[in-house]
Design a protein around this ligand. Structure first.
Ligand code: PLP
Length: 382
């Protein structure tokens, strides 16, 4: 019944974890879900207000413009300028996305021919691979290992692979490893993309979720980045707006235009009222972002300290709301964690073969719940 492209998708391990979780809940276990990368914190009230006001205006009730509301794209330009010192023309170098996942899912359609190779960090956000498969491309994994600080080794990519490579997906601060990248990597990627005529797509969903004074860069801060690439960004993680579906692609105008041509034929843009609320988010007071980071930082400290005291091999991330911890067998460990402690954590292998040997905890639950999780793990056999 299904097309080959569905049959060719990698098995969705998260679905199995979900089933196991549901079974636990049905059997009466008080499950602590540290699996989902979705903030438990609400969207700040001033942004919700802006949506309500905009939704009451009949002017927003029509088809949005394909490329996005110009006031939203201008707000994105101003935010990129103030936050990163990056200049982007709102008319040609910025496009509204229905969440950055949408942009990541569609970008290979514009640049990848059947049989072309797409490089993607592994472990990685699963959409890098699935969007490649939908475009009938071949995904070549760039392994991220603890020895390399979870940064890709571009030198290690075989020459015959590079000849057929069309696109590169990478993203720092990184999901799932929570690693951050030095500007040096971004400079290397610019040179690499230029030399091999590769479209570089940087996924920067977590640039604002940072700790201990760390400030994450934009790929577009690298010299020449906007000649070779684009950055996918999103309001989801920064403003607790995952359900709203709003993001942006920023960078090279030809790449933005290619993505725009795909989108024009598939979707009709993000709801104008949501984009207007996005303007409020990007241009309004930013203390809500600092408040969220403080909350995540406290949770991170409780979890990492707890795990270390139990003897686990783990360190405190500088960014993202994930803690990436070394284990023997990721699927077995996750299953045992759920079975013996009622805790959901995501097995690393769910993010690609390179994620084996790790589990990911999302610190999207309260300090009380995280404390409880550590106590339950203490009672677990090792
Ligand atoms: C959450 C996430 C996204 C997508 O977020 P949207 O809600 O679609 O904007 C993209 N990349 C990574 C790595 C993420 O974790």
């Amino acid at each position: 019944m299904y097309a080959d492209r569905l049959d060719n998708l990698p098995p969705y391990l998260f679905a199995r974890i979900d089933e196991m979780k549901e079974a636990k809940i049905r059997s009466g276990v008080d499950v602590i879900d540290l699996g989902v990368g979705d903030p438990d914190l609400p969207t700040p009230p001033h942004i919700v207000e802006a949506l309500c006001t905009a939704a009451r205006d009949p002017a927003t009730h029509h088809y949005p413009s394909y490329l996005g509301l110009s006031t939203y794209r201008e707000a994105v330009a101003t935010w990129y300028k103030n936050r990163f010192g990056v200049t982007a023309d709102p008319k040609s170098e910025i496009i509204t996305l229905i969440g950055s996942k949408e942009g990541i899912a569609h970008v290979p359609e514009a640049f990848v021919n059947p049989g072309d190779i797409v490089l993607a960090t592994d472990p990685g956000y699963p959409v890098y691979k699935t969007s490649t498969l939908f475009a009938e491309g071949i995904c070549h994994p760039l392994p991220l290992t603890g020895e390399n600080n979870f940064l890709p080794d571009l030198e290690a990519i075989p020459k015959d692979i590079l000849k057929k490579t069309k696109l590169l997906f990478f993203g720092y601060p990184n999901n799932p490893t929570s690693a951050v990248a030095p500007m040096k990597l971004f400079d290397e990627v610019v040179e690499f993309a230029r030399e091999h005529s590769i479209v570089a797509v940087h996924d920067n969903a977590y640039s604002e979720i940072t700790f201990d004074g760390y400030v994450a860069p934009s790929f577009l801060q690298a010299d020449g980045a906007s000649e070779v690439g684009i950055e996918m960004h999103s309001l989801s993680k920064t403003y607790n707006m995952t359900g709203w579906r709003l993001g942006m692609a920023v960078g090279n105008k030809d790449i933005v235009a290619g993505l725009g041509r795909v989108k024009t034929n598939i979707d009709s843009g993000a709801f104008d009222a949501v984009q207007l609320a996005g303007v409020t988010a990007l241009t309004g007071p930013q203390d809500c972002v600092a408040d969220a980071c403080r909350i995540y930082q406290e949770r991170r400290d409780v979890l990492v300290k707890g795990l270390k005291s139990l003897g686990y091999d783990v360190s405190a991330p500088k960014a993202t709301f994930y803690v990436w911890m070394k284990v023997d067998d990721s699927m077995k460990f996750s299953a045992r964690l759920l079975d013996e402690a009622g805790i959901v954590a995501t097995p690393g292998i769910g993010f690609g073969a390179g994620g084996e040997g790790y589990v990911r905890f999302a610190i999207t639950r309260s300090v009380e719940r995280i404390t409880e999780a550590v106590a339950r793990m203490e009672a677990m056999s090792r």
